[in-house]
Ligand binder design. Structure first.
Ligand code: ADP
Ligand code: MG
Length: 705
């Protein structure tokens, strides 16, 4: 029997949200906290003490015994250290439960074991977590019990950002200030705050956990390192939007409930293109909340899978030859009084403010395309970008028919006089309702597509945090807004100046607009002619962080210092090399300890049966056994040779000094050797008796969930 509950009753029940604060905090404290949250005022310890106390009382009612500062170091996953609320036992042997303002606002995890890219020597281990009061605290209930989680930012003793959150909050301040400047130019006196809104669509795979546990590659690296293609792939397009199977449905139901309790507005769920692939999208939220919620979503997807005997794979490419997973980052900019700066209205050609915003964004993307590309780089995503299933590694902007036409008018004549509007959808069936079509069709192949009132950045990898892409988007757009405002604020004739500026930006940056098929080879050629970068690997994307124009933009708004950027570059190279090294070592382990022994067993059986048949019946045709034995033995020998080569190269790679050179070595040498080892093994999988093959096949994993 399925459990019946009211979603609106449980939604946010484990969140210390505004209504809880309003109900529980003294009026004065509530007001003060809001000033901190909205106006960035300093939080005094007295207020923090009251908030902490109420938060603790509320959390204890939800069963909480512990609290944790929940933060996002540069490991790609979240980090937490739990402390119980107990104080030292009193003389009567009892304990009190306490939580002070100081404990709420500041934590001090031993920071020496988190990646810092040389920002902090290990002997200078101090790092602080600071409460991000703009993202609500929540109680998480799981096998650990219930824990009060306080979203925090993580900085070094000297204030350098060691996490994803700090630069994100800084970039949100930048876009807030510059957007308000821009709005003011257009006579807006009502908006007091502008926030980026973000809705990340999360793709993931589900496989049976029993089978997962038999795949050491999935356990160690999150992706399969060997595996022959099954007889059926995704060629029938029968999985996308297909009916959701019962086992998966039960899982999704549980995931939704968990997320709703945490105030994550899980909204859309469906089967994705590849077999065993699915998607979950929330309703968009303020940028930093959306980033936190996406982390919670990924954690929840993984955690709930275990309860259903499933394993959730968030890797960008769990299976070679099968579609990988991404995360579409939908982004817009909204004022506190509900104006979306990316809303073109019915007649965009007349909407001067929108046209300025749009052309500023075109300018930002064109100028910083390599940086934006770098923000979506992670090791797993190298398998997708540019591989004809995900957007190409070339950054271009899709505007669609309506806006594309307005921009063309602007460029050619200097003024846009009309906007193409949507027409009636005619199905030819009388009983179907008529409705107006959108003015613009979709383009699924564009990495940065305008979709009505938002941009959809489609390059992000499925397991990556969406923090970094949004840090970059917020910063580069803030920079473009600032430059436009610098020019317009001193103009004598605003109307004329803004008109000229829009035309100038549209003309100068039109090369980044592309409405065609981004997956085609022609586009790669065309993009090259236009001078658009085509950065194919993470290793080559990384340097964009410290390119002069990036450093200038980040430093201008205090989002990153040059030192912080350099440290991030170092961390990214290290991450790359370490990840490939783990993959190489996993292959070595699996090939040496599982595959080669299994193949030897199989050849032994073949040889024994060959001589048995020959002994029993000298005239029998043993050509099949002979051929199989020859073929298998040859591939076995290839495997051994490739294994030795990979061992040698992985050894060399590990011995190298960390940095760019090492990362390049892993990409060019070690990865190539990994492919060389995989090739004979995948062929062997097709020859060896299935009962003897040491792990479940692709078919077992993706079709039998
Ligand atoms: P599609 O990509 O098919 O249009 P949706 O319209 O459902 O899908 O949107 C996908 C994601 O974009 C959702 O997370 C949604 O909340 C988010 N989204 C919708 N409008 C905006 C907006 N103005 N700003 C940011 N995200 C948005
Ligand atoms: Mg979408």
């Amino acid at each position: 029997m399925s459990e019946i509950y009211s979603v609106s009753d449980i939604f946010g029940e484990n969140v210390f949200n505004d209504s809880v604060m309003q109900a529980r905090l003294p009026k004065k404290v509530y007001k003060k906290l809001h000033e901190v949250m909205e106006e960035g005022k300093e939080l005094d310890l007295e207020t923090a003490d009251v908030v902490a106390h109420e938060m603790k009382e509320w959390a204890i009612e939800k069963g909480a015994t512990h609290y944790t500062h929940w933060f996002q170091p540069l490991t790609g996953v979240t980090a937490e250290k739990h402390d119980s609320f107990i104080t030292s036992p009193m003389s009567n042997g009892k304990v009190l439960m306490s939580f002070s303002g100081k404990e709420l606002i500041k934590g001090e995890p031993d920071a020496s074991s988190f990646p810092s890219g040389g920002l902090r020597a290990t002997f200078e281990a101090r790092g602080y977590t600071a409460w991000d009061c703009t993202s609500p605290a929540f109680v998480r209930q799981d096998a650990t019990g219930a824990t009060l989680c306080i979203p925090t930012a993580f900085c070094s003793y000297t204030g350098e950002a060691l996490d994803q959150k700090t630069p994100l909050l800084r970039s949100m301040e930048a876009i807030n200030e510059q957007s308000l400047r821009l709005l003011k130019l257009f006579g807006n006196t009502t908006s007091t705050k502008v926030t980026p809104s973000v809705g990340p669509e999360q793709e993931y795979f589900l496989v049976d956990r029993e089978k997962y546990l038999k795949r050491k590659d999935l356990i160690f690296t999150g992706r399969t390192l060997f595996g022959a293609m099954p007889p059926k792939g995704q060629e029938m397009d029968d999985h996308y939007f297909g009916a959701i199977r019962e086992r998966i449905g039960a899982y999704m139901k549980d995931v939704n409930k968990e997320l709703w309790k945490l105030g994550v507005s899980a909204k859309t769920q469906h089967n994705e293109v590849a077999p065993a692939q699915h998607e979950l999208a929330p309703i968009y939220a303020e940028c930093n909340v959306a980033v936190d919620h996406n982390q919670l979503t990924m954690e929840t997807l993984k955690k709930v899978a275990g309860r259903h005997g499933l394993q959730c794979l968030l890797h960008e490419k769990p299976f070679a030859g099968v579609n990988g997973s991404g995360k579409h980052n939908n982004w817009s900019i909204t004022t506190d009084d509900g104006i979306n700066l990316l809303d073109p209205g019915a007649t965009p050609h007349e909407n001067v403010q929108f046209l300025l915003v749009l052309t500023c964004i075109l300018k930002a993307i064109d100028k910083h395309s390599s940086l934006l590309r770098a923000s979506a780089a992670d090791v797993g995503n190298d398998h997708r970008l540019g591989a004809n299933e995900a957007p190409p590694a070339i950054l271009s902007v899709y505007l669609g028919e309506q806006l594309g036409d307005v921009i063309s008018q602007l460029i050619s004549t200097g003024t846009a006089t009309h906007s193409i509007s949507g027409t009636k959808l005619e199905t030819g069936v009388k009983t179907l309702p008529d409705f107006m079509k959108d003015a613009t069709d979709r383009n699924r192949t564009s990495p940065f597509a305008f979709t009505g009132n938002k941009f959809e950045f489609r390059m992000v990898g499925s397991q990556d945090s969406v923090a970094q892409p949004n840090v970059v988007l917020n910063t580069i757009v803030a920079e473009a807004f600032a430059e436009a405002c610098d020019a317009l604020e001193k103009a004598d004739d605003f109307e004329l100046a803004v008109h000229d500026l829009i035309k100038k930006y549209a003309t100068e940056h039109q090369r980044v607009i592309f409405n065609g098929n981004g997956y085609s080879d022609e586009w790669v050629e065309e993009a090259e002619k236009r001078g658009l970068p085509n950065i194919k690997s993470m290793v080559d994307a990384i340097p964009a962080y410290v390119a002069p124009e990036s450093v200038t933009a980040f430093e201008k708004f205090g989002v990153f210092t040059k030192t912080e950027l350099e440290s991030r570059v170092e961390i990214e190279y290290e991450t790359y090399a370490k990840t490939i090294n783990i993959e190489a070592r996993s292959m070595i382990d699996i090939a040496g300890k599982q595959i080669i022994p299994a193949v030897i067993k199989y050849t032994t059986v073949l040889a024994q049966s060959l001589s048995a048949v020959q002994g029993a019946c000298p005239d029998a045709d043993v050509s099949v056994q002979t051929e199989l034995l020859t073929e298998t033995s040859a591939l076995l020998s290839d495997t051994k040779i490739a294994l030795a080569k990979l061992e040698d190269l992985a050894e060399k790679g590990s011995a190298m000094e960390e940095g760019r050179e090492q990362a390049v070595f892993y990409r060019d040498e070690v990865k190539a050797a990994m492919d060389e080892l995989r090739a004979p093994v995948d062929k062997l999988e097709m020859l060896v008796d299935k009962d003897m093959w040491p792990m479940p096949s692709y078919g077992d994993l993706i079709f039998e969930v």
